[in-house]
Write a protein that binds this ligand. Structure first.
Ligand code: HEM
Length: 492
C-alpha cells in the first residue's frame, strides 16, 4: 500500500491476486463509487489483477488533476482489448494516447468545429430536426430509431457529404454495431488480457483464445466504419459527384494533391471520431427527453406554454430564439445534468504523481465520476429529482453543468463538439415540444405503464428501451412540419 514512501489513496480492501475484481459493480457502478466515497473520501483506489484504478468523486479532485495538472493527466489508459486488439486507439481520438498523433487529429476536428464552420452547419441541423419531426408524424412508435437517424444523418452529411435514408440507413446501422462492439471491448473487468497483456501473444487457434478471434473480427468492423465512408468520398471526388463536406474540403485543400499516408490516416480518424462519438451522445440525451416528458407532464406543459407564448404556433423556433426561451434552456441543462451521458471518464498519466499526500502510480486508470458530481446533494438540491427550475437564477440558481462545461469534460480532452451538440439539442427539444405531446404508454386498462428508469452502462449511459405515445398537438402543428421541411429543403 506504500510506494516511494507515499500511501496509495484509501479504498475497499482487496484480495490477493484478483485485487478488487469481486467488488467491481456490474450495475450502476458510478452510484456504488459515490457511496464508497462516504467511507473512503473523494479519491478512491482499487486494484484488479495488478492494474491500478483511482476514482475521483468530487469536482475539486477532477479539476485539480484533469484541468490544473492537464499536462500530466491528458493521456488515456492502456486498454489492451478495446484500444489495441480491436484497434479503437487508431480509429477514434477518444481512445488515443496523448501525443503528436492526438494533436494532429484534434487540430483537424477543431477546424471542423470552428465558429465560422458551426454557423454554416445550422441550416443542416435545422433540416435534420424537421426530418425527425416528419418521421415522428409518420411512425411515432419508433421514436428512438428516428432520433438515431436524425443525429447520424447530420454527422454523415457534414463529415462525408452522405445522404442517409430516412429509415434503416446502413451507415447508421454500422455505427450502432461499432458502438456495441466498443462497449463490450471496453467493459471494465471483462477481459483477462487487459490485466495480462502478454495473453495477446497466445496463438489464436488455441482453445481459450476465442477472445483473439472476436477481437480480430471486431477490429475489421470498426475499421470499416471509418474507412468505407472515407473511400466513398474519394470515389465521388474522382467521379466528379462529391457533395461538400469536411472530408472533401480537407482532400481539396492541397489543390487535390494526394495526402501522405499519415495525413490520410489522421483525416480518416478525425472524421471517424465524429461519426463514432457524435451519434450515441445525442441519442442518449434525446431519449431521456422523451422519458422525462412522459413521466412529468407538468414540466412538459410549462415548456410548451413558453414556446407557444414566445414563438406561437405559426412557425418553428430557430437558433436565434434561444435567448427568449429561458425555461427551455433550464430544461436542457437539467437533461445534461440528470442524464450524465459520459458518466465515468478515464484519463491516465505516464509518470507517478502525488496528490493530497497520496501516490497515483503511472499507468493508473484515473476515472472522473462525472455522475457523482452532477448528483452531489451539496451542489444540487434533491439531485435525483428532475427539476429544470433549479437553474433559474431568480430561484436557487444552482451550478450550471454546461456553463462549467463539466459534463463534457475538463482539461485538454474536453468535448470538441460542445457548441455543436448544444445547437442540435436545442433545435430538437424545441421543435418536438412545439409539435407533439409526449405521453406515457397505456396498458389495456388505459393506465400509465412507463417502466422505471433503468440504464445500460457502457462508456455511454443510455436508458433501456421504453415505449411512449408521441401525438401531434393539432392538425395545424402537423402542417407546420410539412411547411418547414419544404421551405428548408428548397433553400438548402
Ligand atoms: C450530449 C452530447 C455530448 C456530451 C455530453 C459529450 C461528452 C463528452 C465527454 C465527457 C468527453 C470526454 C472528455 C474527457 O475525456 O475529458 C467527450 C469527448 C469527445 N466528444 Fe463529446 N459529447 C457530446 C456530443 C458530442 C458530439 C455530437 C460529437 C461529435 C460531433 C462529440 C465528439 C467528441 C470527441 C471527438 C471527443 C474526444 C476528444 C478527445 O479525446 O480529445 N461529442 N465528449
Amino acid at each position: 500500500r506504500f510506494q516511494r514512501g507515499y500511501p496509495l489513496p484509501p479504498g475497499p480492501k482487496s484480495l490477493p491476486i484478483i485485487g478488487n475484481l469481486h467488488q467491481i459493480p456490474r450495475k450502476d457502478p458510478y452510484k456504488v463509487y459515490r457511496d464508497w466515497s462516504e467511507v473512503y473520501g473523494p479519491v478512491i483506489y482499487m486494484r484488479v489483477f495488478g492494474r491500478n484504478f483511482v476514482i475521483l468523486n468530487s469536482l475539486k479532485a477532477i479539476s485539480d488533476l484533469f484541468e490544473k495538472r492537464s499536462v500530466k493527466y491528458s493521456t488515456r489508459p492502456n486498454s489492451v482489448m478495446g484500444g489495441m486488439l480491436v484497434g479503437r486507439e487508431q480509429t477514434a481520438i477518444i481512445f488515443m494516447k496523448y501525443g503528436p498523433k492526438w494533436k494532429q487529429t484534434r487540430q483537424l476536428i477543431h477546424g471542423w468545429m470552428s465558429q465560422r464552420a458551426l454557423d454554416r452547419y445550422i441550416p443542416m441541423q435545422s433540416l435534420a430536426s424537421y426530418h425527425l419531426l416528419q418521421n415522428l408524424l409518420e411512425d411515432p412508435d419508433h421514436f428512438a430509431d428516428h432520433i438515431r437517424n436524425s443525429a447520424g444523418s447530420i454527422i454523415l452529411k457534414l463529415t462525408y457529404g452522405l445522404d442517409c435514408k430516412r429509415f434503416n440507413d446502413p451507415w447508421i446501422a454500422m455505427s450502432e454495431e461499432v458502438q456495441r462492439i466498443t462497449a463490450i471491448a471496453t467493459e471494465p473487468g471483462r477481459w483477462l488480457v487487459d490485466s495480462f497483456p502478454w495473453l495477446r501473444f497466445v496463438p489464436s487457434f488455441l482453445p481459450g483464445a476465442g477472445f483473439l478471434r472476436w477481437a480480430k473480427e471486431s477490429r475489421k468492423v470498426a475499421y470499416q466504419l471509418v474507412r468505407s465512408p472515407f473511400d466513398k468520398v474519394k470515389q465521388d471526388l474522382r467521379d466528379g459527384v462529391a457533395s461538400s463536406s469536411f472530408v472533401l474540403e480537407q482532400l481539396l485543400q492541397d489543390s487535390g494533391s494526394l495526402k501522405s499516408p499519415e495525413e490520410e490516416e489522421a483525416l480518416i480518424c478525425a472524421a471517424g471520431s465524429l461519426y463514432a462519438a457524435g451519434i450515441d451522445t445525442i441519442v442518449s440525451t434525446m431519449r431521456m427527453l422523451f422519458y422525462i416528458m412522459a413521466r412529468y407532464p407538468e414540466i412538459q406543459r410549462i415548456a410548451q406554454e413558453e414556446i407557444d407564448t414566445v414563438i406561437g404556433s405559426h412557425r418553428l423556433a430557430t437558433i436565434q430564439d434561444r435567448e427568449s426561451l429561458p425555461y427551455i434552456g433550464y430544461l436542457i441543462k437539467e437533461l445534461f445534468r440528470f442524464n450524465a451521458v459520459a458518466h465515468l471518464v478515464p484519463h491516465s498519466l505516464d509518470e507517478d504523481d502525488i496528490y493530497e499526500g497520496y501516490i497515483i502510480p503511472r499507468g493508473t486508470w484515473v476515472i472522473a465520476n462525472i455522475w457523482a458530481v452532477l448528483h452531489d446533494a451539496s451542489t444540487y438540491k434533491d439531485p435525483e429529482k428532475f427539476n429544470p427550475e433549479r437553474f433559474n437564477p431568480s430561484g436557487n440558481g444552482e451550478m450550471d453543468p454546461t456553463y462549467v462545461a463539466f459534463c463534457v469534460g475538463l482539461g485538454r480532452r474536453f468535448c470538441p463538439a460542445y457548441h455543436f451538440s448544444q445547437t442540435t439539442i436545442f433545435l430538437n427539444v424545441t421543435h418536438i415540444l412545439s409539435v407533439f405531446n409526449i405521453l406515457p404508454p397505456a396498458n389495456s386498462n388505459g393506465e400509465d405503464c412507463l417502466p422505471a428508469m433503468e440504464f445500460d452502462v457502457g462508456h455511454i449511459r443510455a436508458l433501456r428501451p421504453f415505449n411512449c405515445r408521441v401525438i401531434p398537438r393539432s392538425r395545424d402543428h402537423e402542417e407546420l412540419v410539412n411547411h418547414a421541411t419544404t421551405m428548408s429543403e428548397t433553400s438548402y
